[in-house]
Design a protein around this ligand. Structure first.
Ligand SMILES: C[S@@+](CC[C@H](N)C(=O)[O-])C[C@H]1O[C@@H](n2cnc3c(N)ncnc32)[C@H](O)[C@@H]1O
Length: 270
């Protein structure tokens, strides 16, 4: 998929202060839990994760698929570490850059527009990498993981949160790709385990993050339903319905034991 196509698909979601997104975000997060995340993570979860990785002021963290930059800015503020975000979407990169400037963190947080499959950073230049609900966009995850292995220093930590999936039918697959507009490339828990090993990572921990995830997912579903008219006014009827169908399909998969969300923490060997 070209950068432009991805940008077009994500841009509507990344305009956090559009009237429809404001309504949805206030419904889901309230002001106190809204750190500008475009995923299912709460600020508390981010704090726990940063603690688990052991991030401190001397570390340089990469956030892969940094979205609108909220998690990167939040982690830099709480841990003192330096963060570089990479995202293919210019709207997200601009939003993240503005967020870092407004937080007085521009010296420690920067955002790079680019494709994480190309991993445009120097060898062994980063202490840790994080990615939250992004890996499903990549058709070739081994390539992304191999790139991460190259840019992390030996012993550096890779932590990512990703949906893990079993088989699904075509109608569900289309709903999960928001009507086909955001293609997804799913993998199973075992698939991720295998790919991490094959790309030179040693797995430290795999944690299922499904109970909270279901709560978050339900909130997103209900918010899109409650604010459907506002979303349709910005994105059109079809997209408004596709968002609702996506969350409804995801919830059915969770309840059917076909979808989960896992946190994988591993270290770069060698
Ligand atoms: C669900 S959002 C998650 C954003 C962020 N991690 C967060 O937690 O708020 C997925 C992100 O992946 C980005 N993305 C999609 N394809 C990408 C690629 N090839 N390289 C880098 N980022 C990509 C999208 O633009 C989007 O910002």
């Amino acid at each position: 998929m070209s950068d432009d196509a991805v940008t077009a698909r994500y841009s509507a979601l990344h305009r956090l202060d559009s009237p429809a997104n404001r309504l949805i975000r206030d419904t889901i997060w309230g002001r106190e839990n809204d750190v500008g995340q475009q995923s299912f993570v709460t600020p508390r979860y981010l704090d726990e994760l940063a603690g688990r990785i052991g991030l401190g002021a001397d570390d340089h963290l990469l956030d892969v698929g940094s979205g609108t930059g909220g998690p990167a800015v939040h982690i830099a503020r709480r841990t003192g570490c330096r963060v570089t975000g990479i995202d293919v979407n210019a709207v997200g990169v601009d939003a993240g850059t503005a967020l870092a400037e407004n937080a007085g963190l521009a010296a420690r947080v920067d955002f790079h527009r680019g494709d994480a499959a190309e991993m445009p950073f120097a060898d062994a230049s980063l202490d840790a990498a994080l990615s939250m609900n992004v890996l499903n966009v990549f058709p070739d995850k081994r390539r992304v993981l191999a790139g991460l292995h190259r840019v992390l220093r030996p012993g550096g930590t890779l932590a990512f949160l990703s949906g893990t999936f079993g088989p699904m039918d075509d109608a569900t697959r289309t709903a999960m790709a928001r009507g086909g507009r955001v293609p997804q490339h799913y993998d199973s828990l075992d698939g991720y385990r295998r790919m991490l090993g094959e790309t030179g990572f040693v797995i430290e921990e795999i944690t299922e993050y499904v109970a909270d995830f279901r709560v978050q997912m339900t909130r997103w579903h209900d918010a899109y339903l409650a604010h459907r008219a506002a979303v349709a006014a910005e994105e059109g009827d079809q997209q408004a319905d596709d968002h609702i169908a996506y969350f409804a399909a995801y919830l059915r998969l969770i309840d059917g034991g076909i979808a989960a969300n896992h946190l994988f923490i591993s270290t770069r060997s060698g």
